[in-house]
Write a protein that binds this ligand. Structure first.
Ligand SMILES: *[C@@H]1O[C@H](CO)[C@@H](O)[C@H](O)[C@H]1NC(C)=O
Ligand SMILES: *[C@@H]1O[C@H](CO)[C@@H](O)[C@H](O)[C@H]1NC(C)=O
Ligand SMILES: *[C@@H]1O[C@H](CO)[C@@H](O)[C@H](O)[C@H]1NC(C)=O
Length: 156
């Protein structure tokens, strides 16, 4: 009996300790579950952006997109068949304003892999742009970030 109640209190205090930790890990902001989402579409053009042909511009699938902060790769994503990449970050580990000023997106896969007439050396680079928050349902708030515009960097 004594053992059982000891076990019960151990479990109870473990649960009491676990609750705030879980909240912190999920990034709750003012009762909302917060996330930072960096999303964009990569095109198979000399600068990675949509060309003169608009939505008819071919996309760049299977490209490795790196989020770099202060020269370090902190997260990666691969573009899907539609050229779309998406990186989700916990807002407790990343302050929005410092992400926007101190981080950039780098495409590590050479352009030649989607079009052999494009360079096989060098890469694409873009700074980040915050476009607003969206609330999904009653609980989730997402800070949306997009690439401000890619440019070709000849050597890396
Ligand atoms: C736009 O499409 C036409 C016809 O497919 C093609 O010849 C041309 O090179 C394209 N222009 C660009 C900038 O992609
Ligand atoms: C790529 O991802 C986007 C965004 O999640 C989605 O809308 C699109 O359908 C995906 N395309 C493919 C080919 O999976
Ligand atoms: C977006 O949400 C963040 C917190 O997640 C907040 O700091 C920021 O002020 C919000 N920005 C806008 C434009 O609503």
């Amino acid at each position: 009996m004594a053992f059982k109640s000891l076990l019960f209190f151990s479990l109870l205090s473990a649960a009491m300790v676990a609750a705030p930790v879980a909240e912190a890990q999920l990034g709750l902001i003012g009762g909302l579950l917060g996330l930072i989402r960096i999303q964009g579409t990569l095109f198979c053009t000399a600068n990675g952006n949509m060309g003169a042909n608009g939505t008819a511009t071919p996309v760049f699938p299977n490209a490795l997109v790196q989020l770099q902060c202060g020269g370090n790769v902190v997260s990666t994503s691969t573009t899907n068949g539609s050229g779309v990449f998406s990186i989700l970050l916990d807002p407790l580990s990343y302050i929005l304003s410092s992400l926007l000023t101190g981080c950039s997106l780098k495409v590590a896969t050479p352009l030649a892999s989607c079009d052999s007439t494009l360079p096989s050396l060098g890469g694409l680079l873009s700074s980040l742009q915050f476009i607003g928050n969206t609330t999904l349902g009653a609980l989730l708030s997402v800070a949306n970030i997009i690439p401000a515009g890619f440019r070709f960097v000849p050597s890396n």
